[in-house]
Design a protein around this ligand. Structure first.
Ligand SMILES: C[S@@+](CC[C@H](N)C(=O)[O-])C[C@H]1O[C@@H](n2cnc3c(N)ncnc32)[C@H](O)[C@@H]1O
Length: 384
């Protein structure tokens, strides 16, 4: 193992900072801008343009450095807790810098937003926000997570990002070796565990034909509360405050637009409030379970049509005139259709961050026929 001393530069997308060593770029995790660190190289091929390293000793610390809130995600540890050593204000400044830089570089326009805490984040010190966690059981049946960019499984002794109930369900029992474990908590506090896609209860598979598989979620924005039923192991925004923040943002941005597409719509988090606001919504989602959930959630709203299918194909086939598009892809850019005359509507949320939000509304006119013939969109980054 080779250790090198580095001066740390700007933060970059994905939880690392950029440094330089003998002309080569090094992505350094567990460091902060301005720090002087001893870094252990973790990927350093002779011919590689880019090296990766973990800061293992801090020689000159940033004022934003704090004791790690999740030591297991420290150097050589689990991926996904990259900012555990950064103060909350430092995390927000970090995210602001990444968003500002990404928008300037890729969208060629200013980000213009300000990164702010979701209600309750400060009181919880930026922790305990995840209502969804997935893990893999190790040979002893303990829930574990993978090393950053590695296959090795680290059994968890804590999961400080999760709500306490989710953490308890994850760590307080054993699972079949190698199993994929998903733990989720609904708005009413109910926790459901799914093991390899099947219900799990009180330490064993729940084989009852009527074993519960869904969770209730309610999202309150202003005076209104929207009710959803989602699959316990299906997609739902993992931050407990994200659904309400995102719905409020979407409603405001869509404004009075009459016909709206909700692309990559999941279980209908945005489709439902948009339909309830009287919008004519086309909701497109490729995952069969999520699409079924959306149908269930939108049952009482005839102004919403649920398309179960691929976004690109659906747009190519034509979905008619649209006044606004809400776009929330989970997959990176390749999954996006070829955008045309308007700036791409882009949102990419990342679980790495204490709060996540970049969501843009595309402006009309939208022309389905142009969708396959015009220029390729500007590339946007997305997080792993
Ligand atoms: C990040 S989730 C967002 C769901 C929803 N907008 C929300 O916020 O709850 C992205 C969704 O896009 C769906 N998806 C991914 N690729 C797709 C594609 N090519 N066509 C349609 N849906 C896709 C996934 O199944 C997933 O449900």
């Amino acid at each position: 193992m080779t250790d090198i001393e580095l001066t740390i530069g700007a933060p970059a997308h994905g939880g690392h900072c950029v440094a330089r060593h003998e002309g080569r770029v090094v992505f350094v995790r567990h460091a902060l801008p301005g720090e002087r660190v001893l870094a252990r190289l973790t990927e350093a091929g002779d011919d590689a343009k880019l090296w990766r390293a973990d800061a293992i000793e801090i020689r000159e610390a940033s004022p934003d450095r704090v004791a790690s809130a999740w030591p297991e995600a420290g150097p050589g540890g689990i991926g996904g807790g990259e900012l555990a050593h950064v103060s909350l204000s430092g995390q927000r400044a970090w995210k602001q810098a990444v968003l500002d830089e990404s928008f300037e570089r890729f969208a060629k326009r200013p980000f213009g937003g300000t990164v702010a805490a979701v209600a309750g984040d400060d009181a919880a010190h930026g922790l305990r926000y995840r209502t969804r966690v997935t893990a893999t059981a190790n040979a002893e049946g303990k829930a574990g997570m993978h090393h950053h960019r590695g296959d090795g499984l680290v059994p968890l002794s804590e999961m400080p990002l999760a709500t306490e109930d989710v953490e308890r369900a994850l760590l307080g029992q054993r699972f079949p070796a190698g199993a994929r474990v998903a733990v989720a908590q609904g708005s009413d506090g109910t926790v459901r565990v799914t093991v390899n896609g099947k219900p799990w209860r009180s330490g064993k598979a729940d084989t009852r034909p009527n074993a519960p598989r869904t969770l209730r979620e309610s999202v309150t924005v202003g005076e209104r509360t929207y009710e959803y039923k989602v699959d316990a192991d299906g997609f739902w925004q993992v931050h407990r405050g994200a659904p309400a923040v995102l719905v409020a943002e979407v409603l405001e941005r869509v404004g009075e637009a009459e016909r709206v597409a909700d692309l990559y719509a999941g279980a209908g988090l945005f489709t439902l409030p948009l339909a309830a606001a009287g919008r004519d919504v086309v909701s497109v989602e490729a995952h069969a379970g999520a699409s079924r959930a959306a149908r269930r959630n939108l049952h009482d709203y005839p102004s919403a049509s649920i398309v179960h299918g691929d976004v690109r194909r659906t747009l190519r086939d034509g979905i008619g005139h649209l006044d606004a598009i809400v776009l929330d892809p989970r997959a990176p850019v390749q999954a996006r259709p070829r955008w045309t005359r308007w700036q791409p509507a882009v949102h990419r949320g990342s679980c790495t961050w204490p709060a996540t939000l970049w969501r843009w509304r595309a402006t009309p006119p939208y022309s389905p026929s142009a969708a396959t013939t015009s220029s390729t969109p500007r590339r946007m980054t997305s997080s792993p």
